[in-house]
Design a protein around this ligand. Structure first.
Ligand code: MN
Ligand code: MN
Length: 305
C-alpha cells in the first residue's frame, strides 16, 4: 500500500501542487507514495494543471489506517475523516504548527515562508533531485497564488528566490504576466453557486472554544463581486447556522490591496476588537489586509481569547 500525500480540506493550488511535487520527490527518494486531495481542483488550480499538463490527484475523504504525508496544513480541523487511525510520516507546511500528533518519529519541514512549494523547492535542492519542468511550472504558480504575486505580507525573500529558480526550470519568462493570467481565472464567478464560492477557499478554526469559519475570495477587482455579494452574505448566514459562532468572508481586491470582510457573528464586537474598526452593518473594509493566515487569523485568535 502506498502512502498518500495529502493537503488540506477545500484544497487550493498550493495544497494540490504540493501533493504532486512532494509525491514526485518522495518517490524519487525511494518511498512508495501517491498524491491525493480532499476535493476537486478550483478553476484556478485547473488552469495551472492544464497549463503544465498535470492531472488532478485522486480525491480521498477518509484516511483511516493509511500512511500519510501532510502538505500545507497540520491542524485537525483541516484534516479528513479517519485521522485518529492514520500514521503521519511527515509534514511539509508554512502555517502555524497545528494540533496533529504522531505515535512515531516524523520528518517535518515547516518554514515561515509564503508557500509550501517554496519549502518543497528547497527540499528538492537538499536531496539533489531535479524538478521536472512541468512540476516546476505548477510550483511556481502555487507560490504566485499563495503570495498574491509577491504582494501578500506573507511573501519572503525565499519565495522570490524559489520563483526565480522555478521560472528558469519551467521556461517561464514573464512570471508576473503568468500570475495575472492565473488571478483572472481565479476572479471569475460566472457559473459558480454561492456555496461553491464560499467554500472555494474556506477554513474552520477553533478560537477560544468557538467554531469560526473564515473564507476568502481573491479577485483582480472587487466590482466583479458586486452582483453576488448579497448571495454570498445569505450563504455565510446558512454556514453559520450549521453550529458556528461566526463566519467571515474576505473579499480581497489584489490590485487595491485590501479586503472587504462580510460578517455574520453571535458577537460582532470581535471584529472591532480584532481590527480596531467599526463594521458598517454586514461588512467592513480592511485596508492592506490580504492574508488570512498572517493578518486575520492571529487578530481573531486574540479577540476571541
Ligand atoms: Mn493552502
Ligand atoms: Mn499554502
Amino acid at each position: 500500500m502506498s502512502a498518500l500525500v495529502l493537503g488540506h480540506m477545500n484544497p487550493d493550488t498550493d495544497s494540490i501542487v504540493s501533493a504532486i511535487a512532494a509525491a514526485d520527490l518522495y518517490s524519487k527518494r525511494g518511498f512508495s507514495v501517491a498524491p491525493a486531495a480532499q476535493g476537486e481542483p478550483t478553476p484556478e488550480t485547473e488552469f495551472v494543471l492544464r497549463k503544465f499538463g498535470l492531472t488532478a490527484p485522486r480525491v480521498v475523504k477518509d484516511v483511516a489506517g493509511k500512511e500519510l504525508w501532510l502538505v500545507d496544513y497540520s491542524d485537525l480541523p483541516q484534516a479528513p475523516a479517519g485521522m485518529d487511525s492514520a500514521t503521519i510520516l511527515g509534514i511539509v507546511d508554512h502555517h502555524k504548527l497545528g494540533d496533529v500528533t504522531t505515535s512515531t518519529p516524523l520528518e517535518a519541514w515547516i518554514w515561515p515562508v509564503g508557500c509550501t512549494n517554496t519549502v518543497l523547492k528547497n527540499m528538492y535542492d537538499f536531496y539533489g533531485v531535479e524538478i521536472p519542468k512541468n512540476i516546476a511550472g505548477a510550483m511556481l504558480c502555487a507560490i504566485l497564488s499563495d503570495t498574491v504575486i509577491f504582494k501578500s505580507p506573507t511573501c519572503t525573500e525565499a519565495d522570490k528566490k524559489a520563483v526565480d529558480a522555478l521560472a528558469k526550470a519551467a521556461g517561464v519568462t514573464d512570471v508576473k504576466a503568468l500570475g495575472m493570467e492565473m488571478f483572472k481565472v481565479k476572479s471569475a464567478v460566472e457559473g459558480a453557486s454561492m456555496k461553491d464560492l464560499v467554500f472555494r477557499d474556506y477554513k474552520d478554526f477553533d478560537m477560544g472554544g468557538k467554531k469560526v469559519g473564515i473564507g476568502q475570495l481573491e479577485v483582480v477587482d472587487l466590482s466583479i463581486l458586486a452582483n453576488v455579494k448579497d448571495g454570498l452574505y445569505e450563504e455565510i448566514r446558512k454556514v453559520k447556522g450549521e453550529g458556528r459562532h461566526s463566519v467571515f468572508l474576505l473579499l480581497t481586491d489584489i490590485m487595491k490591496e485590501g479586503s472587504e470582510m462580510l460578517i455574520v457573528s453571535d458577537d460582532p464586537s470581535v471584529v472591532e476588537r480584532a481590527f480596531a474598526v467599526k463594521p458598517d452593518g454586514k461588512s467592513v473594509w480592511l485596508p492592506g489586509v490580504m492574508s488570512r493566515k498572517k493578518q486575520v487569523v492571529p487578530n481573531f485568535e486574540k479577540a476571541f481569547k
